[in-house]
Ligand binder design. Structure first.
Ligand SMILES: Cc1cc2nc3c(=O)[nH]c(=O)nc-3n(C[C@H](O)[C@H](O)[C@H](O)COP(=O)(O)OP(=O)(O)OC[C@H]3O[C@@H](n4cnc5c(N)ncnc54)[C@H](O)[C@@H]3O)c2cc1C
Length: 391
C-alpha cells in the first residue's frame, strides 16, 4: 500500500484534544502545513454531555443534540477529513493505517481518547452499560426507556432498579441524572421513579475533588434519592446482579459501569513509554520522548506538571488546554524553532448532581445547587457554540 496524501501533520481522533489541535495547526501554521484529521465518526462528540441519559432517552437517535458534524465543526477550514478506523500506527515508518488506507505523516498528534477499564471483573463488560462512548450512552438511554415503560404497566410497588458502579464524577453524574430525570414525560406513560444505587467501590467517593464539592455532592445525591454503597468493590457482575466483595449483592434491571478509563489497545501497544492504564508518557512539550515530532494530547497521556508536581487530570478541560501547545510544538518541530513547555492551571471543576443541580469549585469558591448547574450548562453551551461556529 502506498501513501495516499502529501505528508503534513496527521491528527488521530477528533474529540476535544484532536479537534482543537487541528484548528490550532491551521491557525498557527497559517494554512501552510497540510493537516489531516482522522476519526471513526464524521462528527465531533460532545462527550462531557453523555451523562445526560434522560435527555438522550427522549430521542436516542437524535445524534445532532450531542454531536457536531464535521461539515459544521471544520467549516471551510483547510483541514483534510479522513473518516475511518485508525488500525495501526507505524512510528518508525511515519505512517498510519486508516480503514485500509495508508497515510504518511511528518508530524503526528495522537488524540484517541480513552475506553472503559473493566479491571478483569467478570461480567462487567458484558452485563453493564457505559457512557464513555456515544453508542454506549444511546444504548443505555434505550434500556432505561424500556424499563421505565415496563414500570408504567407493571405492579404499583415495582420500581425499576438501576445500579451505577464507580464513585467518580461520571458515576455521580449518571446516577443523579437517572434518579432525577422526568421519566413519565420522557416515555409518555406514568412511569415510576427508578431506585438508583451508586456503588462507589474502595476508592473514596469523588476522590481528588475539593472537600466542599464532595460534601455538597453527597447531600444533593441524598436529596435525589440515590443510595450510596461505599467501601466495597464489585467482584463479579451476573445478569441482574452485581456481586460485592463482602458477599452481598445488588440486584438491578440496568447496570452502568463508570469505574474508570484506560488507553485504547492501539495506544497501549505503541513502542513508547507508558504510564498508568496504558497512557503515553510525554515530555513537558507533550512529545513522546522516543519519537520527536509525535505528540500525545488528552486522555491518552500521563503527564505530571513539574511546576505543581500534580498529574494533569484526564478531562476535556485539560485536553483543551494541552491541544494548542502540542499543535504549536508540532509546527516548531517542522520549522526547527524552539518548543514550548505545557503548564496546567485548572479553571475549576463542577459535577452535575441531578437535573438542574451541581456542586463545584470555581475560582477558589465552592458553588452548589442551581447556580453550579447554571455555570456548567453555560460552559457546555459556550463550547458547543464555538465548535458549531469555528470562525
Ligand atoms: C459522561 C462524561 C462526563 C464528563 N464530564 C466532563 C466535564 O464536565 N468536564 C471535563 O473537563 N471532562 C469531562 N469528561 C471527560 C472528558 O470527556 C474527556 O476527558 C475528554 O473527552 C478527553 O478528550 P480526548 O480528545 O482526549 O478524547 P475524546 O473526546 O474521547 O476523543 C477521542 C476521539 O478519538 C476517536 N477515536 C478513538 N479511537 C479511534 C480509532 N481507533 N479510530 C478512529 N477514531 C478513533 C473517537 O471517536 C473520539 O472522537 C467527561 C467524560 C464523560 C464520559
Amino acid at each position: 500500500m502506498g501513501a495516499t496524501s502529501e505528508p503534513g501533520v496527521v491528527v488521530l481522533g477528533a474529540g476535544y484534544a484532536g479537534l482543537t489541535c487541528a484548528h490550532e495547526l491551521t491557525r498557527a501554521g497559517r494554512g501552510r502545513i497540510p493537516v489531516t484529521l482522522v476519526d471513526r465518526h464524521p462528527f465531533h462528540v460532545l462527550r462531557t454531555e453523555l451523562y445526560e441519559v434522560g435527555r438522550i432517552a427522549r430521542d436516542p437517535e437524535h445524534v445532532e443534540a450531542w454531536a457536531v458534524p464535521f461539515s459544521k465543526a471544520l467549516d471551510d477550514l483547510a483541514i483534510t477529513q479522513e473518516v475511518g478506523e485508525v488500525e495501526a500506527v507505524d512510528l518508525a515508518q511515519r505512517t498510519v493505517r486508516v480503514s485500509g488506507r495508508t497515510i504518511a505523516y511528518r508530524g503526528l498528534a495522537i488524540c484517541l481518547g480513552s475506553i472503559p477499564a473493566y479491571y478483569g471483573v467478570p461480567g462487567a463488560e458484558t452485563e453493564t452499560n457505559q457512557v464513555y462512548r456515544m453508542g454506549g450512552a444511546q444504548r443505555l438511554a434505550t434500556e432505561l426507556r424500556r424499563i421505565e415503560a415496563d414500570s408504567a404497566r407493571g405492579p404499583p410497588e415495582g420500581r425499576p432498579r438501576v445500579v451505577v458502579i464507580g464513585g467518580g464524577s461520571t458515576g455521580t453524574e449518571v446516577a443523579a441524572e437517572i434518579a432525577t430525570a422526568d421519566w413519565a414525560s420522557i416515555v409518555g406513560e406514568p412511569a415510576k421513579a427508578p431506585l438508583v444505587r451508586l456503588v462507589t467501590g474502595k476508592v473514596p467517593f469523588l476522590e481528588g475533588l475539593p472537600e466542599g464539592l464532595v460534601r455538597h455532592a453527597r447531600r444533593l445525591l441524598g436529596k435525589a434519592g440515590v443510595e450510596l454503597i461505599e467501601g466495597k468493590n464489585v467482584q463479579r457482575v451476573a445478569r441482574g446482579e452485581a456481586h460485592l466483595e463482602d458477599g452481598t449483592s445488588v440486584p438491578f434491571d440496568v447496570a452502568v459501569w463508570c469505574a474508570g478509563v484506560q488507553a485504547p489497545p492501539l495506544v497501549r501497544n505503541l513502542p513508547a513509554a507508558h504510564g498508568k492504564a496504558g497512557r503515553l508518557l510525554v515530555t513537558e512539550h507533550l512529545e513522546l520522548p522516543e519519537w520527536p515530532g509525535v505528540f500525545g494530547v488528552g486522555d491518552v497521556i500521563e503527564f505530571k506538571d513539574p511546576s505543581t508536581g500534580m498529574f494533569v487530570p484526564a478531562t476535556a478541560q485539560a485536553a483543551l488546554a494541552e491541544a494548542p501547545v502540542a499543535a504549536r510544538n508540532a509546527i516548531a518541530r517542522l520549522t526547527g524553532t524552539p518548543l514550548k513547555p505545557f503548564r496546567y492551571r485548572e479553571k475549576g471543576v463542577i459535577v452535575a448532581v441531578g437535573v438542574g443541580r451541581g456542586a463545584g469549585k470555581v475560582g477558589g469558591v465552592t458553588v452548589w445547587g442551581s447556580p453550579a448547574a447554571l455555570i456548567a450548562a453555560l460552559q457546555q453551551k459556550e463550547y458547543a457554540l464555538r465548535v458549531r461556529h469555528p470562525r
